[in-house]
Design a protein around this ligand. Structure first.
Ligand code: IMP
Length: 183
């Protein structure tokens, strides 16, 4: 979906598809250097991270494995509940693995700080985080993000995997949702 398809529901386009791809390439170069010669496990957080996972994984010149987790965060609202529940667990054994969590966005940080602790407790050798977006002004807990794409204002954004009530995930760019959509 392009801007024209959902223009009425958007306040503005924040980050274009081209800017996203350039940033992912930049992050991939850093990850390749840091994990050269290693067997990396990418853990994607469903469903929002599907696009960034697909693009990052293909951009990496490294042998990687992929696994997925689904955790509850927002339901259909726009506020973090702070309650984290595993809806789908990993298939992989994490003992001795180097894990990179791939996330779309860090808002309050509650989901990721819980997730990192959870994966570390399973015996992973290392657990790092790659997040395309972060809202520094919304942070409720500090999360150490090794690979961060863009810092964005504290607004509700959609596109490139990010949804509002399951819509807009297939919008190519990232845009700020117009308040009338969720008012
Ligand atoms: P946190 O626990 O508050 O950091 O929330 C993280 C999760 O909330 C993300 O993985 C997204 O699924 C969702 N989320 C947070 N902010 C937004 C947003 O602006 N648009 C869409 N989803 C969001």
């Amino acid at each position: 979906m392009d801007y024209q398809d959902i223009a009425a529901d958007l306040e503005s386009v924040l980050i274009t598809e081209d800017e996203i791809h350039a940033k992912i390439a930049e992050l991939a170069r850093r990850i390749e250097t840091d994990y050269a010669g290693e067997k990396l496990l990418l853990v994607g957080v469903l469903k929002g991270a599907v696009m960034v996972m697909a693009d990052l994984a293909r951009e990496l010149h490294l042998p990687i494995e992929m696994d997925w987790m689904a955790v509850s965060s927002y339901g259909s609202g726009t506020q973090s509940s702070g309650v984290v529940r595993i809806l789908k667990d990993l298939d992989s054994d994490l003992h001795g693995r180097k894990v990179l969590i791939v996330e779309d966005i860090i808002d309050s940080g509650l989901t990721l700080s819980w997730l990192r602790g959870n994966l570390e407790s399973r015996g992973a050798e290392s657990v790092e985080i790659c997040a395309l977006l972060r809202k520094p002004d919304a942070a409720k807990v500090i999360v150490d993000v090794k690979y961060e794409g863009f810092q964005i204002p504290n607004a509700f954004v959609v596109g490139y995997g990010l949804d509002y009530a399951e819509k807009y995930r297939n919008f190519r760019d990232i845009g700020v949702l117009a308040p009338h959509v969720y008012a």
